[in-house]
Design a protein around this ligand. Structure first.
Ligand SMILES: [Zn+2]
Ligand SMILES: [Zn+2]
Length: 110
């Protein structure tokens, strides 16, 4: 269900929506993430939020529709752990604890 939604929203982005993703890179280990500068983004009828799994350090995003936020799947797609943190640029690197460097907008989809 959730994966279908993500694919749907991503194709929406490609066709209609403008999405600005910034590239953040760890100064120590080179871990990278492409994400909106706020850690979440608003789409036409919903939003997309970025998370980091505290268990396996996997970064992933989830989309949701307004009014259906409760249905958001709050578990890691990789290890199924529910120990996750909302990702924001000021969060340190989940792999090594290093500082993240904002490399600016890496892609602009319109
Ligand atoms: Zn790092
Ligand atoms: Zn995980």
């Amino acid at each position: 269900m959730v994966i279908t939604k993500v694919v749907m929203i991503l194709s929406l982005w490609e066709n209609n929506e403008v999405a600005e993703l910034n590239l953040y890179k760890c100064k120590k280990c080179g871990w990278e993430i492409e994400a909106p500068s706020e850690g979440a983004d608003i789409l036409m009828d919903g939003g997309i939020a970025y998370f980091i799994c505290n268990n396996c350090k996997n970064a992933f995003c989830r989309t949701f529709e307004f009014g259906n936020e409760d249905e958001l799947d709050m578990s890691c797609p990789k290890c199924k752990s529910q120990d996750i943190t909302g990702w924001k640029p000021e969060v340190i690197c989940p792999k090594c604890g290093g500082e993240l460097e904002d490399l600016g907008i890496s892609c602009l989809v319109d």
